[in-house]
Design a protein around this ligand. Structure first.
Ligand code: ADE
Length: 251
């Protein structure tokens, strides 16, 4: 999986490429994160990547020429068939809010180009004539798109084979499975008067699975009942949820 990031701050990406799970994935060649400075594609001697907006108003706008040129360069060495399957994403608070479905879509691509938005916004022609996706990481405004790009890279990389220890774990996680995760405990069994549930130390795997499933259902009902509408639920899940007062999601 190749991530091509087009940014005004390429050094910022060292935070993800040099540490922890994503850092190891880069080191092992499972993913690559190539952060390119958009200013490299400016044509004036000041490296101007932004300009005043037509019609007046506060805030600078990212110019189209360097961004188009940077995308062309990022795609230049990729074969046509792969290029056509490579999403070109712009990070922006106006975008589609990132969710698991979009993460899966990106993870199935050979690579992703991510343009980090900045200033007041980008020239509209970047939106209408260049990108395939506009992605927000939530309904709040960041000072720039770099952190959003890192969030996308991190979330997508987890689904690249071998990046995370076990594929099964990745799919079992909160949200991905459609439900929130059950509580986790480790040693010590008793801590400041709080005991780890007896069942988890019983060695009875069927009971442990049952307890975990019920905890997941309970937690999801309490914190994210909206997820239950699309989660894969068995009849016994439904019966358990009904016993907790779930109305089946009827509105
Ligand atoms: N740039 C500024 N705010 C953003 C957000 N919420 N998501 C993605 N990119 C952004």
């Amino acid at each position: 999986m190749r991530f091509h990031v087009l940014t005004l701050f390429p050094e910022a990406f060292r935070i993800i490429t040099e540490y922890s799970i994503i850092g190891r994935a880069v080191e092992r060649g499972l993913i690559s994160v190539e952060a390119t400075d958009i200013r490299q594609f400016t044509t004036d001697r000041h490296g101007t990547a932004d300009d005043y907006q037509f019609g007046g108003g506060p805030g600078m706008v990212m110019k189209p020429e360097p961004v188009f040129a940077a995308v062309d360069a990022a795609l230049a060495n990729i074969q046509t068939e792969e290029r056509e399957r490579t999403p070109i994403a712009l990070t922006s608070p106006q975008g589609h809010v990132l969710n698991q479905q979009l993460v899966d879509e990106f993870a199935a691509a050979p690579g992703v180009v991510i343009i980090c938005g900045h200033y007041a916004g980008v020239d509209e022609r970047i939106r209408t004539g260049l990108i395939t996706h506009e992605v927000s990481i939530g309904d709040y405004v960041l000072t720039g798109g770099e952190l959003a790009a890192m969030v996308i890279i991190d979330a997508v990389s987890r689904f690249v084979p071998d990046v995370v220890g076990s594929e099964e774990n990745v799919r079992d996680d909160s949200i991905t499975s459609g439900l929130l995760q059950h509580p986790l405990y480790t040693r010590p069994a008793a801590f400041r008067g709080m005991a780890a549930p007896e069942v988890l130390r019983s060695g009875n795997h069927a009971e442990i699975e049952r307890w975990r499933r019920r905890q997941s259902l309970e937690r999801t009902l309490k914190l994210r009942p909206d997820l239950l509408a699309t989660a894969a639920l068995t009849n016994s899940d439904r019966a358990y949820l009904a016993s907790l007062g779930w109305d089946g999601g009827d509105v």
